[in-house]
Design a protein around this ligand. Sequence first.
Ligand SMILES: [Zn+2]
Length: 95
Amino acid sequence: MICAHCGYIGKTERFSKGSYLLEIILWMMLFVPGTLYTTWRFFNEYHACPICRNMTMTPLDSTLGKKIANEKERMNEPITKKEVHNFLARLFYGK
Ligand SMILES: [Zn+2]
């Protein structure tokens, strides 16, 4: 899986909506709201990127995943002097 947002490659992580702290507080107050809240969180689980928590994780072998991986690789490539020269030449001389 690859993240379309930050380019993280790896497994997705399971997150729940709401807060863990609130869940504990509700459990301490009464049994009923605690149960309801836990149930609500259980049904509101989602899989997301462990780095940026975006739900944009795409399988690496999908078309979109491959495209993102390629773009990510390109971004990590060091820029050579020749490339800078070519870029500047194009900019100034329109070649
Ligand atoms: Zn991410």
